[in-house]
Write a protein that binds this ligand. Sequence first.
Ligand SMILES: [Zn+2]
Ligand SMILES: [Zn+2]
Length: 538
Amino acid sequence: MKIPIDKPILVTSALPYVNGECHIGHLRTYVPADIYVRMLRKMGYDAIFISGSDTHGTPIVLSAEAQGITPEEVVEKYHEHFKRIFKDLNVDFDYYGQTDSESNHRRTEEIVKELIENGYVYKKGTKQAFCNTCGRFLPDRYVEGECPHCGAMARGDECDQGCGKHLEPGEIIEPRCKICGSEADFKEQEQFFFKLSSFADFLITYLDKLGGTRNAKNYAKEWVRKELMDWCITRNLEWGVKFPGRDDLVVYVWVDAPIGYISFTEELIEKEEEWRKYWTEDKATIVHFIGTDIIYHHCIFWPAMLKGAGYSLPDAVVASGMVKIDGKTFSKSRGDVVWAAEFLERFHPDTLRYYLVAQSSHTKELDFSWDSFSTRMNNELVAILGNLVHRVVSFAYKNFGVVPEGDIEDEVLGKIEEIREEVVKAVEEYEFKKLVDSAMGLADFGNGFFQREEPWHLIKKGEKERERCGEIVKNVLQIIKAVCVLLEPVMPSKMAEVWQQLGMESDVHSAKLDEITVPIASGQALKKPKKLFERVEV
Ligand SMILES: [Zn+2]
Ligand SMILES: [Zn+2]
């Protein structure tokens, strides 16, 4: 999607649910979102980047009960964990909040009240799963049973191992209590519903215009074309945001979680007239980065809620494919999982950032294996990029000490321009793999140029040859400078090292794309080069 340059842009990354540690499946969404924001800023956009921890819902209550601690303690522990992982990985949010904040409670209550006032919420008696042994209602994850759509084993609110559908309370077949294992009964209970069904026409028009990746749009459209059911938005729980006027009910976690995008913007910007530009006045572009498992929530529930309460609508939803480990779906119990913290103990964060985008196109499934990781490291980062930087900067440092004199050749400038266009197009299409492939293509071109011109044959000859040698070196340093700016969004700390080796005084993080064709200054002192990447043996 071409984004208007004259408007600010808000990029959000799906909220991690904080009842367990971060694994690389999570990072498939956060890392590309961070790359996208860094690239937008290089292109001259005014972008803000927010996310936060999703703290409510039954899984957190269940894990608190199992550990004999409070939900707040579970949240606190993993909220800090995620914040540390993001920091270690250079996923650089402008604001990272959490949905149990005072402002999120307030904003959620306000939006729910607006939906009630606008006539989109009604009360209805429903059958809810109830455990006679435990003497309690069993919302969402408290209950397990059979999916009414596909027959797979499902949780109370979602068919997580089968068709992926959202399940309404009471829909699950043969429910069992998750706490004690007994067969559950159904008991009459009054709940509140959101009239999702009345948004069908709106959603069809909205989804037609929605930007982002095709997988999100198509999946959501398919759903709207079938029957849209009204949506039960209350639960019998203590932990969560109270439904207005009812002390015994909280709103369903999928109501207050996305509202976090609004309250985090409020918490970041503070001034009401400023944050309202993003969320109620349509004066900004809103882009959500999510995983394909939550398309339904972001492309159907969320825009309908926003529309019903009179808020601005998201302009794009970008959905990343799921991550598998050696061809298998994630499973903690089987050990098919790669924890982010363990990975970062062994490898540089930039190598993981690179791998996550280089390994497969954003909307496709990513199959992680240590083999494919070491192949990408050794054949690309070491053999192409690391080799280019080390070989050329070492040669230049040893023979000149500074960036030598000379003009940048048309061939080189032309190539840089061509790659820049490819990269911009890739960003607009959310094709982060194309972005790295193009930038690595420029590094490869640099290696070829250096090899073809053989400057090492010229250095020991006469004055004229030495001059030509300097000119060749300067041209390849220019290519390295360009690669460095283009890859900074992907590998921010490694590219900062390269920038330093080139003797640049500015900051590569704030360097704009326009800078890649500005000739590197002759006479600027190079730094003693250090190897960028080590070979990986797994
Ligand atoms: Zn199912
Ligand atoms: Zn029970």
